[in-house]
Design a protein around this ligand. Structure first.
Ligand code: IPT
Length: 932
């Protein structure tokens, strides 16, 4: 969140996940571990960020059943996202609780929550959109959600987000039919290059850099509301078959530069980026969720790295934060006739109150990245100009997939920038004197006109590149070939900083206040560091917090009272420049290498396959339901649907008994896209379904090998893993065994038992902190071998790299002692390595870090997606870490797999990753022993 603030953003949005807070239909947890959403509001408030809360009840978000608790998926609650009493009764306690927690944090209570979204991409208001024929049930559902929020004290605007431009739902302006169900602010989501890393996942895919007409859409659907895009593409989810490195290339710094400027040009005044940080929960429609993630190629990467994409968004966000006139504009023109170059199109926005102008220029063919040069005709208070006007100098250029927003009559403090061919980065006011910051692409030049100034001087940088001209109403400065920073002063004491893109990327504007609107006289400017997280001015000391990746000089602009720079708590030898800024050298990070992993120990994690194993313990329940509430009732009986037995996540074990011989078993198992299963008869491996990227069901027929069938009692063990429930209308698709049929058997299966997440059958899960999503019914999980504090001292010493032969599951455990250098942020991930020439890829690996399941590795389906970062708090940087690895060999061949802890980055930082996060990592306890 500090990184979001440092980017220039004024708001953070988060989804709250119903299923995470409601493990059963009569529990709600907003307290344990990381469940307290009130903390998000407090942190946002302390950082100076508004919050757009998006609690669902449905959220999508690549999560299992789109965030619906999995106890809803049995069919007992009828259709989801419906207005029937049974479904309303299910969501009301959760939504009410979120609202109760949120209400005191609203901006109206001096808090931080400014918008509140109900539902998510729920397009069902109209059965006929153009004729506005309403659909009563979804409308009643939306109305109930709306009333619930208001009756619980939510007074900030209620919002919604639509997935496309066709459905036009829930806008009070569009609803001239009086259909009801509308929210206060209509929203439209859009992902121009597809929301998936694999473009064929999207039904329509446009050539790169195609644009859409949002203006016309908002004019039609929500003309009296702010034009809001709650989700605009910030990256792309990465499905099971995606590239390991993600899709940053298609949503890179050019993408964000170009598209986000277009959003501004189309008068989008509420713009949310999905996502700004993090990973996607593996996969998409068909099988989204497992409790692990893979990068979304977001500006703040899953491993918390920031780079050029982050910096490029910052350049625009700092501008929009300072350009208050942008919040109220009309589009007064859109054509190619603004410039002397047909290949360039300009949109002109004007603030009707101040007459400030904003000219957004881009290639007329948006897919073009040719270098174009141009002069632009602007209308200003000082007259009409075609700029740049200084003759003999370069024209403006537009080079690559980029756009520019150029201002006229831009007020900065008491000064007026009549026009500028360089983009405004920001401005600030220090001791009543403004500093304006302008930037151009590396090596480009620019020209700007300051009203009322009569002379100017280059006080820092190369004076020979700057030329001054004095028209009647002020001063024009024209500069060439910008590299680094140039400082210009005018006779009135105002300063202008000119910089190239690289310099702008490392230019920060930390706020000296927690007011999210960041008044321009309450900022500092800092150029140089990798990241500036915050600043404070106290007496003569300007204290700056941030991250450093190298030893370098930084430059700080602050009020004159500041004489010394303190960087991350350390006073620096500070000098003052001729132009009034302060400079000092900051240090780089220390070298840090991960310590060696401790001894690995191993245990068999699948003794349940053997005939002499007793399944009479608490872990198991009889799977004997002859009826189901599911609409999918066409299955062999008893119903082997895991959710109706209280088991929802991860590995499920099914034990089916039959008497006397049989030849063949036919099994149809449903676990979601990329799921797999393996079967053993009387302890002997009979076969596996290794997984499929296009089907959530795996059907197989296996003949029983000679001498595996007894003429007395036989037990078949089927182990399956669940990759999540489908999203949207697919949420009710069942998980479990759809068909289990014996051929040439006298009596067929006589009975079944099932084991899943410990405690599931009785509705009392054992790990409220990490939650039921974190663990399935693997022996290692039920018995808590993945948890810190479990005693493995009597286990044999063997590492996953030693390998093993035979279908089964081994659980490996080791320790990583960490003591990272104080004052550093260290990002760590776990990586699995194996050599496909040497060993089988028919295995599934589950990674646990201090009990958190942080990765699933399915090399048979994608062996490249093998790196799984985890955040501080999951890692303990100040002591022992327990790493667990379950290897499920799906065939008899040998599997071998090494685990490595990787340092993603080491930065000198103010972030305290060594905070005490013990509460997030509860240890093993004896209750686990009951689930043997
Ligand atoms: C949009 C969802 O609202 C969001 O939850 C997430 O799933 C996102 O997609 C993709 O990452 S829906 C989109 C297909 C328009």
């Amino acid at each position: 969140m500090e990184k979001i603030k440092a980017m220039g953003m004024n708001t953070v949005s988060f989804y709250s996940h119903w299923g995470y807070h409601a493990p059963t239909n009569d529990t709600l947890d907003f307290e344990t571990g990381a469940h307290d959403i009130g903390r998000i509001y407090e942190i946002a408030k302390n950082l100076g960020l508004f919050v757009h809360a998006r609690p669902g009840p449905y959220i999508n978000a690549e999560t299992s059943a789109g965030g619906m608790p999995l106890w809803l998926t049995t069919g007992e609650y009828g259709a989801l996202r419906d207005n029937a009493t049974v479904f309303t009764g299910a969501w009301r306690p959760y939504m009410s609780k979120v609202e109760e927690i949120t209400a005191p944090f609203q901006v109206t209570n001096n808090g931080t929550v400014i918008l509140y979204q109900i539902e998510n991409e729920f397009p069902n208001q109209w059965s006929n959109v153009e004729e506005k024929i309403p659909r009563p049930v979804p409308i009643a559902y939306m109305e109930t959600l709306f009333e619930n929020a208001q009756s619980n004290g939510i007074v900030v605007p209620l919002t919604h987000n639509m997935p496309n431009r066709q459905a036009k739902a829930w806008s009070i302006d569009y609803d001239t039919a009086g259909a009801r169900g509308n929210v206060h602010i209509y929203g439209l989501d859009n992902y121009p290059t597809c929301w998936s890393c694999i473009p064929s996942d999207c039904s329509t895919s446009n050539p790169s850099f195609t644009l859409m007409d949002y203006t016309a859409h908002f004019n039609e659907v929500s003309p009296k509301q702010p034009s809001m895009m709650p989700e605009f593409q910030g990256g792309a989810l990465n499905p099971w078959d995606g590239p390991a490195e993600g899709c940053e290339a298609k949503t890179d710094e050019s993408f964000v530069n170009f598209y986000y400027r277009d959003n501004v040009a189309q008068r989008v005044t509420i713009l949310g980026l999905y996502m700004i940080h993090g990973g996607t929960n593996w996969g998409w429609i068909g099988a989204p969720f497992v409790p692990t993630s893979y990068g979304y190629s977001a500006a703040i990467a899953e491993n918390r790295t920031i780079g050029s994409k982050y910096y490029e968004i910052k350049s625009l966000a700092l501008f929009t934060r300072a350009a208050k006139d942008l919040t109220k504009t009309d589009i007064v023109g859109n054509s190619t006739s603004y410039t002397d170059n047909e290949a360039i199109t300009t949109i002109e926005l004007r603030n009707p109150d101040t007459d400030a102008g904003f000219y957004a220029i881009r290639h007329t063919d948006p897919t073009s990245s040719d270098e174009q040069s141009l002069r632009l005709s602007v209308r200003t208070s000082a007259g009409n100009f075609t700029v740049p006007i200084v003759s003999g100098n370069d024209k403006m250029s537009l080079n690559g997939h980029v756009a520019k927003i150029l201002v006229t009559d831009f007020n900065y403090g008491r000064m007026n920038l009549v026009y500028s061919t360089a983009e405004v980065l920001t401005y600030g006011i220090f001791d009543s004197q403004p500093i304006l910051v302008l930037w151009v692409f590396n090596g480009e030049g620019g020209e700007f006109f300051i009203e009322g100034a009569t002379s100017g001087k280059v006080v820092g940088g190369d004076a020979s590149k700057v030329q001054f001209v004095k028209p009647e109403k002020g001063l024009i400065a024209n500069f060439k070939d910008q590299t680094g920073m140039t400082v210009v002063t005018t006779n009135e004491g105002a300063r202008v900083l000119l910089m190239d893109r690289d310099t702008a990327h490392l230019f920060w504007v930390p706020a000296l206040t927690t007011d999210p609107t960041v008044p321009v006289d309450q900022v500092a400017f800092v150029q140089g560091p990798h990241l500036v997280r915050g600043a404070q001015l106290e007496g003569s000391v300007i204290s700056i917090r941030g991250d450093s990746n190298e030893t370098k000089r930084i430059e700080v602009f602050a009020a004159k009272q500041a004489k010394t720079i303190r960087w991350n708590g350390k006073r620096l030898k500070t000098q003052r420049t001729n132009w009034g800024s302060l400079t000092a050298e900051i240090g780089g990070p220390e070298v840090f290498e991960t310590p060696k992993l401790g001894t690995w120990r191993v245990q068999d994690s699948l003794i349940e396959r053997h005939t002499n194993y007793s399944d009479s313990g608490l872990a198991w329940v009889d799977a004997d339901d002859m009826e189901t509430s599911s609409q999918y009732d066409d299955a062999t009986k008893p119903y082997l649907y895991s959710n109706q037995y209280g088991f929802h996540n991860g590995v499920h074990l099914w034990r089916g008994y039959f008497n006397g011989t049989a030849d063949v078993v036919y099994l149809e198992v449903q676990g979601g896209i990329a799921h797999g299963w393996t079967a053993w008869l009387n302890g002997k491996f009979i076969g596996s379904f290794l997984g499929d990227l296009s089907s959530s069901t795996g059907a197989k027929e296996f003949s029983f090998p000679n001498e595996t069938v007894s003429d007395k009692q036989n037990v078949l063990l089927v182990m399956q893993d669940i990759t999540g429930h489908d999203q949207g209308s697919g949420s009710l698709n069942i998980r479990g065994i759809v068909n289990a049929t014996l051929l040439n058997s006298e009596s067929g299966f006589s009975s079944w038992k099932v084991a899943g997440t410990a405690g599931g059958a009785t509705g009392s899960f054992l790990d409220p902190v990490r939650t039921h999503y974190n663990e399935g019914g693997l022996r290692a999980e039920r018995l808590g071998w993945h948890l810190p504090g479990f005693d493995d001292s009597r286990w044999p010493k063997k590492s996953p790299g030693d390998g093993f032969t035979g279908a089964g599951v081994r659980f490996y455990r080791t320790h990583l002692p960490l003591d990272t250098p104080a004052g550093h942020d260290v990002a760590l991930s776990v990586k699995l390595n194996f050599d496909s020439d040497e060993t089988s890829n028919s295995f599934r690996g589950y990674i646990y870090i201090n009990g958190y399941q942080y990765g699933r590795y399915y090399p048979y389906l994608n062996d490249a997606m093998n790196t799984f970062p985890a955040p501080p708090g999951v890692w303990n940087y100040n002591g022992d870490n327990v790493i667990g690895l379950a290897i499920w060999n799906q065939e008899e061949k040998e599997v071998k797999c090494d685990l490595e802890v990787k340092v993603e980055y080491v930065l000198a930082s103010s972030l305290d990753v060594k905070f005490d996060g013990t509460y997030l990592r509860p240890g093993w306890d004896e209750k686990r022993l009951l689930y043997t």
